[in-house]
Design a binder for this molecule. Structure first.
Ligand code: UFG
Length: 357
């Protein structure tokens, strides 16, 4: 069987960690990424094919070249706030491009997909913890685009036999425990990296968006899940598509929640640094509390997260943060191209003979 797996968005945060897990599981990740948000240095476990999902001919060419057994689809716009001000970009990039990808899969006889969905499909939950049968009621266009894609995949399973697993991530956190890769958004909007920037002295304080929520300390509760545990779940989901026809959805979270203040306190403790905070008004579109019921993923996929606590997630993220900083300082630029030298990637040409065999 061909062990190639096409990974759209494989140069991004979750996608790159999944590539590492795929390689460790004996698969050959082939990254398809337009590098609009991803990083060349994050592609370390297989070839990088630069391309856009809106280019059907390019997708066909890459699928013909590598003949992947399955596709994992991460490429998408992810900032919920941006989706409110520019929904057109989100519908084009997330919905139209997913359609373009699945159509290319059908043209090329690929019938297995693992899709990167989000807890944002639930909106403000009526009950906690959230099970997969909870009503879907996204409160921003980002969540709506993920919901539309899930519906598309359900219909494509029924009509065309495209098998899929949609994984609804709660809050992705942490970094590769070996610190080879990690989170690097630009601009950064996510809580944990922002708190680490404040710990490192890059910003004078961290904003707390609202401290009048009905939670233990008034700040929002989130269910943080380690990116390596997410990666493991994707490998299990890939196996699942082999044995299970249809379209399936699973929550990926730990079922334990932490407030914004608890996150900041944990970063203080792990880093030993002083972190200033400033309470600001609530951020529009933020649900008060999100907490997963991960029971279905554990039972059906056999998922067993191994880095569930906030301490280990922040310790891993901080190790990566410092390593990235050290490399950037040495290179005199905000880059970790050093990673590429240290963990060299084979050239695409080196892969092609294998792919054609
Ligand atoms: N927060 C602050 N200050 C900041 C940044 C964030 O207080 O400077 C708060 C937010 O208000 C929120 C929590 O920290 O309560 C987490 O915020 P993030 O921006 O880190 O993450 P979100 O929960 O907003 O969103 C994340 C992903 C989305 C995904 C969602 C699913 O970014 O893509 O989880 O739960 F849809």
């Amino acid at each position: 069987m061909n062990r190639a797996v096409l990974v759209t968005g494989g140069a991004g945060f979750v996608g790159s960690h999944v590539c590492k897990a795929l390689a460790q599981a004996g698969f050959q990740p082939v990254v398809y990424d337009n590098l609009s948000r991803g990083h060349r240095w994050a592609v370390q476990w297989g070839p990088l094919e630069e391309g856009d999902l809106a280019q059907p001919a390019r997708l066909d060419q890459v699928m013909r070249d590598y003949r992947p057994a399955a596709v994992m689809h991460f490429a998408s716009s992810i900032e919920a706030g941006e989706s409110v001000t520019d929904p057109a970009a989100f519908y084009a990039n997330n919905v139209c491009n997913t359609l373009s990808l699945v159509q290319a899969m059908r043209r090329n006889g690929i019938d297995r997909l693992v899709f990167s969905s989000s807890a944002a499909v639930y909106g403000n939950p009526a009950t906690l913890p959230i099970t997969e049968s909870h009503a879907l009621s996204p409160v921003n266009p980002y969540g709506a685009t993920k919901q539309f894609c899930e519906v598309m995949l359900r219909d494509f399973a029924a009509a065309y036999g495209v098998r899929s697993v949609s994984l609804r991530y709660f809050n992705a956190a942490g970094a590769d425990p070996d610190a080879q890769i990690g989170e690097a958004h630009d601009p950064e909007t996510h809580l944990i990296p922002l708190v680490m920037q404040a710990a490192a002295g890059d910003r004078p304080f961290v904003s707390i968006y609202g401290d009048d929520y009905p939670t233990s300390d008034g700040t929002c509760v989130r269910d943080y899940v380690h990116v390596s545990d997410l990666a493991a779940a994707h490998c299990l989901a890939l196996d699942y598509t082999e044995r299970a026809p249809g379209a399936h959805v699973f929550n990926l979270g730990n079922g334990s929640g932490y407030t914004v203040r608890e996150v900041i306190d944990t970063v203080r403790r792990i880093t030993g640094r002083t972190i200033g905070v400033r309470v600001e008004p609530r951020r529009p579109g933020d649900p008060c509390s999100l907490l997963a019921d991960p029971g279905r993923a554990k039972e059906w996929l056999g998922w067993a997260p191994s880095r569930a606590g906030l301490d280990v997630q922040i310790a891993d993220a901080w190790r990566w943060f410092k390593r990235r900083r050290a490399l950037s300082d040495r290179n005199g630029a905000a880059t970790t191209d050093d990673n590429v030298r240290r963990f060299p990637v084979k050239t695409v040409a080196e892969y092609r003979p294998w792919a054609a065999s």
